[in-house]
Design a protein around this ligand. Structure first.
Ligand code: NAD
Ligand code: DAU
Length: 339
């Protein structure tokens, strides 16, 4: 079984590669990644010498390059993680989001169709459903919730999902889609809430909470997401969407306070800054379908997962310090100074 994994040098894709190589030692995993600012080859160093693993630096928008890789590898399955993934960057510069997330997905679908892959899996997001109000804790996103996006990022991911479903209906391509809530864990790029707050705390820098910090996200440990994708790939029904989430809703401000507490830092580091434009209030996944159909349940509680994550950032300072010392500083200054 050969599986092409796009975006495998990023946060979730790399964790998925580690998971798959361990779970299916007889599978060949081919990682295709452009190595944008978010992709990091050092993340994959533990698997580089694994004979069942191959890394290829490639843009999913490069049709000729993608077709050549499919011709050579003849993949059985494709898992498309590759994307521009940060909402704040999509507000600054939407163009690259349309290019990679929509056009790139189109190229991957064409390649999957041309080379007859047995399963194409699209890694989507709960953000395609928009947001839920804070005063209706009874509401959750189901697979039937209408697409109703807020940011250029979520709109580009929704566009990709629609294209995936069109390839199923029109061409009979055997597709599945997963829509997961917020992930956290090792190798999470430090522009995102949890790793940003851990890194800033450890460096005694201000902790920039958007607005009042009352927005709610539904956090899932990354390995639980990887397990869900593996299950969907092997047992999910083609043409279906599966929501993935562990009923773990938390306010941003509570997460930041918890990180301060775990690291023994003062909450005085918290600084409230101008809110994100179009900021979604609450995400909350109803995972009934994946539970009932595939038996998936999250295994890591937030209490354990956040401790493991903080420990990982403490033990892997080289990984994130290298990232935040380079080009990232310009990004950080642009996004946060005078905010
Ligand atoms: P990430 O930003 O950490 O990694 C993205 C990876 O894609 C990087 O390695 C990057 O180099 C690569 N990439 C970007 N553009 C590319 C291109 N044109 N061609 C090839 N490679 C390219 O992202 P992540 O947080 O790991 O998210 C992975 C996927 O999961 C995305 O599709 C995202 O929408 C989805 N998702 C993320 C979350 C989350 O909480 N992080 C939750 C649900 C869904
Ligand atoms: O829900 C799934 C989505 O989760 C994925 O599709 C996205 O790829 C992923 O980036 C994530 O999106 P969010 O916008 O929810 O994640 P982020 O870490 O950027 O922000 C989480 C919350 O924290 C959000 O309400 C904004 C807030 N925030 C974020 C940052 C970076 C802050 O208050 N301060 C910050 O500095």
């Amino acid at each position: 079984m050969t599986v092409i994994v796009t975006g495998g040098a990023g946060f979730i894709g790399s964790n998925f590669i580690f998971y798959m190589l361990k779970k299916h030692p007889d599978y060949r995993i081919v990682c295709l990644d452009k190595l944008t600012y978010a992709g990091n080859l050092s993340t994959l160093k533990s698997v580089m010498d694994n004979p069942n693993f191959r890394f290829v630096k490639l843009d999913i928008c490069d049709r000729a390059g993608v077709y050549a890789l499919f011709e050579e590898e003849k993949p059985d399955m494709v898992v498309n993680f590759a994307a521009e993934s940060h909402v704040d960057r999509s507000i600054e510069d939407p163009g690259v989001f349309l290019q990679t997330n929509v056009i790139g997905t189109g190229v991957m679908l064409d390649a999957a169709r041309k080379y007859g892959v047995k399963r194409y899996h699209q890694v989507s997001t709960d953000e395609v459903y928009g947001d839920l109000p804070l005063d209706r804790p009874d509401l959750f996103f189901t697979e039937e919730t209408p697409i109703h996006t807020s940011s250029p990022y979520s709109s580009s991911k929704a566009g990709a999902d629609l294209l995936v479903m069109a390839y199923y209906r029109t061409f009979g391509l055997p597709v599945t889609i997963s829509r997961c809530s917020n992930n956290y864990g090792p190798y999470h790029f430090p522009e995102k809430l949890i790793p940003l707050m851990i890194a800033n705390c450890l460096n005694d820098k201000p902790l920039p909470v958007y607005g009042e910090g009352l927005n709610v996200r539904d956090w899932l440990y990354v390995e639980d997401h990887c397990k869900a994708i593996d299950l969907i790939l092997h047992k999910g029904r083609v043409g279906e969407v599966y929501n993935v989430g562990g009923h773990n809703e938390m306010k941003n401000i509570d997460i930041v306070k918890l990180i301060c507490h775990e690291l023994g830092k003062s909450e005085d580091l918290i600084t409230h800054v101008t809110d994100r434009k179009g900021h979604d209030m609450r995400y909350a996944i109803d995972p009934t379908k994946i539970h009932n159909e595939l038996g998936w349940l999250p295994e890591t509680t937030f209490k354990d997962g956040i401790k493991k994550t903080i420990k990982w950032y403490l033990e892997n300072r080289d990984w994130w310090e290298e990232i935040i010392s380079g080009e990232y500083q310009n990004y950080y200054d642009k996004m946060y100074s005078n905010r």
